[in-house]
Design a protein around this ligand. Structure first.
Ligand SMILES: Cc1cc2nc3c(=O)[nH]c(=O)nc-3n(C[C@H](O)[C@H](O)[C@H](O)COP(=O)(O)O)c2cc1C
Length: 296
């Protein structure tokens, strides 16, 4: 059996989860390819992304694909990548395992969206994994949400998911059912809300991150940390070189700037929405769907 993992991880937590998946799979002697699209202009900025993916994606039986939850949705860059995937068939098996990391507040329709998009590519989600992680917007809040996650508990859940994945993928009959329906775990009212309001709806009015050049030390840290390459060093100054709407509001530049030179209008909104780190958390923080009792 062979597996490929594709991950987008602006702040590193989904990447950590992907690496745990890889380790657990390799411990079971399964060959694993890991494609990290974070900061990767081939996938994020090129009109040839589909071709690159076709060239780079190895033969596999199972495709694991992961990204963070942003505003109750799966972050749009990883969703776009699913749209660019070659259809299952030939050297690509049709089994998929979507996984998400989220700040523990609401994962809403993120896994469901991934399942739906994977289905369009002829891929059946045999299970989905929801992993609690540090809420990266709360890094500088009075109380950091889930600051130590993903930790041991989440690693155990990933190990269990790998065991289940191997047992389902190894079945002889290959008549595996799509588990996408089990991703509808959020309350109906919440699902309806996030179906109506897109990620862009919640974020677009705040996409006005800019640099205070009076404060900027030209250390280029923002260039280094931006997962979607918004910044570059041009004519002796750090500049935003992509359209502001491509900014994903991850706030990595804001958190990492040593001179407090990044203005990010979303941070104050997030501070209020997340009550400075005291937001109510989703009941089941990390889980595998379908639940063990509902195995098909
Ligand atoms: C712009 C933005 C929106 C977010 N929206 C949510 C959300 O709706 N629910 C939630 O629980 N966490 C939310 N988070 C937290 C991330 O999902 C969480 O920190 C995730 O693990 C980040 O993954 P990464 O480290 O791979 O980037 C949000 C974070 C950012 C930056």
């Amino acid at each position: 059996m062979k597996a490929s993992i594709i991950v987008f991880s602006p702040s590193g937590h989904t990447l950590k989860a992907a690496q745990v998946f890889k380790r657990e799979l390799e411990n079971k002697n399964i060959g694993v390819q890991l494609i990290n699209i974070t900061k990767n202009s081939k996938y994020l900025q090129s009109s040839q992304a589909e071709r690159y993916l076709g060239e780079e994606l190895d033969e596999h039986d199972v495709l694991l694909i992961g990204g963070p939850v942003y505003a109750g949705h799966i972050e749009k860059n990883i969703l776009r990548l699913i749209e660019l995937l070659p259809e299952a068939g030939g050297k690509y098996g049709d089994l998929a395992v979507p996984f998400i990391t989220y700040g523990g507040v609401h994962s809403s329709i993120a896994l469901e969206e991934m399942g739906r998009y994977l289905k369009r590519k002829n891929r059946q989600s045999i299970l989905g994994v929801k992993i609690a992680a540090e809420h990266t917007l709360t890094k500088t809040f009075a109380k950091v949400i889930n600051g130590t996650k993903p930790g041991q508990l989440e690693e155990k859940i990933i190990a269990d998911a790998v065991d289940r994945m191997i047992s389902i993928a190894g079945r002889d009959d290959k008549k595996t059912k799509d588990a996408g329906k089990s991703f509808l775990y959020s309350k109906l009212s919440e699902r309806i809300l996030y179906h109506i309001f897109s990620q862009e709806f919640f974020h677009k009015k705040f996409k006005d991150v800019n640099i205070d050049l009076q404060k900027c030390l030209k250390c280029k840290k923002c260039i280094e940390v931006c997962p979607v390459n918004m910044f570059d060093y041009v004519d002796g100054t750090v500049k935003m070189v992509r359209d502001k709407k491509e900014c994903i509001l991850c706030a990595e530049c804001y958190h990492e700037c040593p001179a407090d030179a990044i203005r990010n209008p979303y941070m104050e909104v997030a501070r209020k929405r997340l009550k400075d780190g005291c937001a109510e958390l989703e009941k089941e923080q990390s889980a595998i769907y379908p639940a063990a009792g509902d195995l098909f």
